[in-house]
Design a protein around this ligand. Structure first.
Ligand code: UDP
Length: 324
């Protein structure tokens, strides 16, 4: 039986990854400090025997905390919503710097392969479209998003430096916009905001003219991509995302129609450095790890609708959607 450690386990994508690994017979250890993660995301995994460690990876990981052989470490820990960037920029930087260093050290001590969850944000506001892994990006190092973008760029640099010096087995996943159940309904990102607004009869907050684009990957596809990368021999960074590109305006209209709400749109100023376009080139993922996404946007959004409806039922006072 393989043993995997998943950090940020109570978060949206990592909690699905824990379920995925349990399905494949892994022994799974989840680690989280519950800054943005939710215990409810782990209910199913805990019932199936997942072990949970409460720890902040910024602090060293004592040997007594994670014992025995580990085969795979998925370092997924980090706040990731633009609303978080304003609230805890230093924490985000430290998570990818000191935090990731501690996971690399743990990988070295236990002989585990370490996957770093990087992001499409390393491309910043891209001038190359679609974004291919060889593109170096266009990031404002002193902008409001820099705490996340530069943290992840540093995390990638740290990963390759560590690999070179210590011959550790590492993987780098560049995760593009992902959506699905277990997203925090109040995390301020486009999919939760538009669903919660539509379901509560409030106007959809479109930033700028809504002409900026994103490409959305359903969470089940995302975790399969992460797993395939981890278990492949590919050591270069790999984009994991769905190349189906939509404008923000189109997403607003699709969610409005799906919810049957027909609420008006409300234009708010476009946040600083908000990327104007984003779409992954996934040729590397397809050819070297044998992965392509399968869930189309309509199917994924329908799944989301049931999830967000349930979330709303559980919040009798309603849900406030933070805006940038
Ligand atoms: N966005 C929007 N209204 C919202 C939230 C987001 O128009 O209430 C836009 C945002 O400007 C961006 C896109 O939706 O262009 C995706 O934003 P999100 O925060 O989900 O993720 P990002 O890709 O920016 O990290």
């Amino acid at each position: 039986m393989k043993r995997a450690l998943v950090t940020g386990a109570a978060g949206f994508i990592p909690s699905h990854l824990c379920d995925f690994l349990l399905d494949r017979g892994y022994e799974v250890i989840g680690l989280d400090n519950f800054v943005t993660g939710r215990r409810s995301n782990l209910e199913a995994a805990l019932k199936r025997g997942m072990k949970l460690i409460e720890h902040n990876i910024i602090d060293p990981i004592p040997e007594s905390l994670v014992t025995g052989q580990i085969d795979e470490i998925y370092n997924m820990a980090s706040p990731a919503s633009p609303v978080d960037f304003a609230k805890m920029p230093l924490f985000i930087l430290e998570t990818a710097a000191r935090g990731h260093r501690h996971l690399l050290d743990l990988g070295r001590r236990t002989g585990a392969r370490v996957l770093f969850a990087s992001t499409s944000e390393v491309y910043g506001d891209p001038e190359v479209h679609p974004q291919v892994e060889s593109y170096f990006g266009n990031v404002n190092s002193v902008g409001v998003r820099s705490c996340y973008d530069e943290a992840k760029r540093y995390g990638e640099a740290l990963t390759v430096a560590y690999t070179r010096e210590h011959r550790l087995e590492t993987r780098i996943a560049r995760i593009f916009n992902t959506y699905g159940s277990r997203m925090r309904p109040d995390d301020g990102r486009i999919i939760p905001n538009f669903f919660m607004q539509a379901l509560q009869g409030q106007p959809l907050t479109v930033y700028g003219e809504g002409s900026q684009t994103r490409s959305f990957c359903y969470v089940s596809d995302q975790v399969e991509g992460l797993y395939k990368l981890m278990t492949s021999s590919e050591t270069r960074p790999v984009n994991i995302g769905n190349p189906i590109e939509r404008t923000v305006l189109k997403i607003a209209n699709e969610i409005n129609a799906l919810c049957g709400s027909r609420v008006p749109l409300r234009n708010l100023p476009l946040p600083e450095n908000d990327p104007k376009q984003r779409k992954p080139d996934i040729s590397r993922a397809a050819s070297s790890i044998g992965w392509v996404p399968r869930v189309d946007l309509e199917t994924g959004l329908r799944e989301c609708l049931s999830y967000f409806r349930e979330e709303l039922k559980r919040a009798p006072g309603g849900i406030v959607t933070p805006t940038a």
